[in-house]
Design a protein around this ligand. Structure first.
Ligand code: ATP
Length: 334
């Protein structure tokens, strides 16, 4: 690699990042737009910053998992997207609905018509004294509208069949397995054809076969009904089976893993995993913990801008005369 004069300094790059941040139209094609989202909770005089300027775009028709350590802010984000909680600052939009600006009536309509929500606790998703079919009918009845009773019943049955729980139609929740209850809960969440289906640890109380079934139902909702799905999960089986898994760390979207299909030279299709670190709108990048731990990176790193990449060096390397990694020609950078 030959040395090249790189005109941009870090100050230049910061300026460019600032300009990009102010560019109009951020996420204009996305279904979910979170822009520097902040949520601060105050409990007994102590402030907890659950979301610390989170940027996130989710396109129409995606099936995305949110993963991350306990307390990283996943449920806080999901509750905001569900219209159950309001951010402290920043912007959040779903399908053009501004989640900070809605009044009580439009918030209720949003929760009934634009999003569907499935909780971890099977017992909180369904009314125990209604059958599966009655549970699915309820949100349609609450939304009102002109749909006739016969059509509503047909839709409820169609959804239960599609999600593989048609046989539970006349059963009360206590006569269903955990997996059947969660699949019925997904049918309830889909009853009013929401654009966005949110599921917070939907497999948390299930065994592996229940998990498989719920995962299959989320995929069906995504692929056959075209619903955009966001699922919070601790379950590696769930996270590794979706196309896009976003890691939330300290209240920010830190990195993501994307699965995509590739066709090799023999025409065979294979799934390739690619890991990305998220660069937020202010140009901030969180390095994956595994990387920083491996290289013993603690407080700061040394950066070098190269023609087609940025080299990030552990600070201590600069002090070691026996390991010169930042050669003028950039050959020691990677
Ligand atoms: N209502 C609240 N009042 C005070 N603090 C809260 C409240 N809700 C969440 N928090 C705090 O905000 C932070 C993020 O919580 P959140 O539930 O979003 O994390 P999470 O990633 O979903 O965790 P888990 O995987 O354990 O559910 C935590 O420190 C939590 O204690």
């Amino acid at each position: 690699m030959t040395e090249r004069t790189v005109p941009a300094t870090l100050a230049d790059l910061e300026q460019r990042a600032e300009a990009a941040r102010e560019r109009p139209g951020y996420g204009q094609d996305a279904l979910v737009v979170c822009d520097r989202l902040v949520r601060i909770f105050t409990a007994e005089g102590v402030e907890v910053q659950a979301l610390q300027g989170l940027d996130l775009l989710i396109g129409h028709g995606e099936l995305t998992a949110l993963v991350g350590a306990s307390g990283s802010g996943k449920s806080t984000l999901l509750n905001i997207l569900a219209g159950l909680d309001v951010p402290t600052a920043g912007a959040a939009r779903v399908g053009g609905h501004d989640l900070l600006a809605m009044d009580a009536a439009s918030r209720l309509r949003y929760r009934r018509e634009v999003v569907g929500f499935v909780r971890q606790e099977t017992s909180r998703n369904l009314l125990p004294y209604l059958t599966a079919e009655q549970n699915v009918l309820l949100p349609m009845q609450l939304a009102g509208g002109r749909t006739r009773r016969r059509e509503r019943t047909a839709r409820a049955r169609e959804l239960l069949d599609l999600l593989g729980v048609g046989h539970c139609r006349d059963r009360l929740p206590r006569h269903m397995s955990g997996g059947e209850q969660q699949r019925t809960a997904i049918a309830v969440a889909l009853a009013n054809s929401p654009s966005l289906l949110l599921a917070d640890e939907p497999t948390g109380e299930l065994d592996s076969s229940g998990t498989e079934q719920v995962l299959a139902s989320l995929r069906t909702a995504n692929e056959e009904l075209g619903t955009t799905v966001v699922v919070v999960t601790h379950d590696a089986a769930v996270a590794s089976s979706v196309r896009r898994a976003i890691a939330v760390r300290n209240g920010r979207a830190a990195s993501e893993v994307v699965l995509r299909s590739e066709v090799d030279e023999h025409g065979a299709e294979r799934v390739v995993t690619q890991e990305y670190a998220t660069v937020d709108r202010a140009g901030r990048l969180q390095l994956p913990r595994g990387f920083t731990e491996t290289l013993g990176i603690a407080e700061r790193v040394r950066l070098a801008l190269r023609p087609d990449h940025i080299a990030v060096h552990p600070d201590r390397v600069a002090d070691r005369p026996d390991r010169i990694t930042d050669r003028p020609d950039g050959s020691g950078d990677d």
